[in-house]
Design a protein around this ligand. Structure first.
Ligand code: FAQ
Length: 311
């Protein structure tokens, strides 16, 4: 019977029908989605920290308002994504518990520091740029609640990316010192941004099954290549240099070829040994502890309302 259900499920996926929370689904499909959606949600929430570092120090009111709105959007993305994960039968408390205990992963990129204002530009341009490349295909993910959440998220990410590029443009066209800051930020964020797409295809444990289930539509390497092809001309327009001596355009393939990624750095970050891993988790634990009174008050308020309704 299970084989028949599996067959019917795969037919629906192949026919591009959306799978909804109450539909039958293989246990592996459910587990994979919980893993990916919750990691994605954690990334949004932890991703608020590197930029949050600059809200109080943004150079103008206009920049401050834009950054505040962007970081707030990221909190919102985290919440839609936790809600999408909850439709698969896990609770938000369980997922947050996995983040705080160090069991759950979040994107490697958020373990790097943001020492200068130019980092805010580089994050918007490169990190949101990479996020969009990876996430636009997720709007067609076979799981309905995740696909629908991604539509709104991608629209907002697109604004975030422009915010970052415009900031980089202002720096690149500014004083020599500002241009130097922009180049320094590009030097530090380029390779980590390429790592965001995940391990190379021959090392990617989940890709083949995820693509058969139409959770992923393109492989990690395909998306990484698209990102490089889109971003190199943007760097040229800024008058900045991509920190890769092996980068060159191949006129025959129409793609940029790039140097080898340092996977040791990536693996160390995944093991918790990146420059900011400990700081990020500590910040989230503190936020959880400091928010205890809000959760208690919300529960007490809900209980009171229920009591009143019974009277
Ligand atoms: N960091 O077999 P695969 C954002 C793990 S954007 C850490 O290839 P899969 C917006 C992977 O989980 C960032 N871990 O896995 C923003 C797996 O480990 P596991 C978040 C990584 O799932 C911008 C193992 O390596 N975006 O937040 C990373 O098929 C600015 C093997 O990998 C998403 O999460 C990594 N970079 O493909 C916010 C998008 N890459 O679970 C604030 C949704 C791989 O077996 C500011 N996710 N791993 O222990 C995806 O598309 C996929 O999950 C991939 C990985 C592509 C990330």
């Amino acid at each position: 019977q299970d084989a028949a259900l599996q067959g019917r499920f795969q037919e629906r996926v192949d026919a591009e029908e959306k799978i909804e929370p109450r539909d039958w689904m293989p246990e592996g499909y459910r587990r994979t989605l919980v893993r990916q959606i919750s990691q994605h949600a954690h990334s949004e929430i932890v991703g608020m920290l590197p930029e949050g570092n600059w809200i109080t120090r943004a150079p103008t009111l206009r920049r401050k308002v834009a950054l505040l709105a962007k970081v707030q959007d990221e909190g919102g993305h985290g919440l839609y994504l936790y809600s999408a994960a909850e439709t698969l039968g896990v609770s938000r408390d369980e997922l947050v518990g996995q983040l705080l205990s160090g069991k759950a992963k979040y994107s490697s990129i958020f373990n790097y520091p943001t020492p200068t204002w130019a980092d805010i530009g580089a994050i918007g341009w490169l990190v949101d740029g990479a996020a969009i490349m990876n996430q636009v295909p997720l709007c067609r993910c076979s799981y309905g609640p995740y696909a629908r959440a991604m539509v709104r998220i991608c629209r907002e990410e697109s604004f975030h990316q422009r915010q970052g590029y415009e900031l980089m443009l202002a720096l690149a066209q500014g004083t020599a010192e500002q241009k130097r800051m922009a180049q320094d930020a590009l030097n530090r964020w380029w390779w980590p941004s390429l790592m965001m797409f995940g391990p190379s295809d021959d090392q990617s444990a989940h890709s083949a099954q995820n693509m058969a289930w139409k959770i992923k539509r393109f492989s990690n390497d395909e998306l990484r290549q698209r990102f490089v092809d889109a971003t190199v001309p943007q760097a040229e327009f800024l008058g900045l240099t991509i920190p890769d001596p092996e980068l060159r355009f191949n006129a025959e393939t129409g793609h940029y070829e790039f140097g080898a990624i340092d996977w040791t750095e990536f693996n160390e970050i995944l093991k918790g040994n990146g420059p900011c891993n400990r700081e990020r988790i500590e910040a989230r634990r503190k936020a959880w502890d400091d928010g205890a009174w809000v959760r208690e008050a919300a529960v007490a308020h809900a209980a009171k309302r229920k009591q009143r309704a019974l009277k």
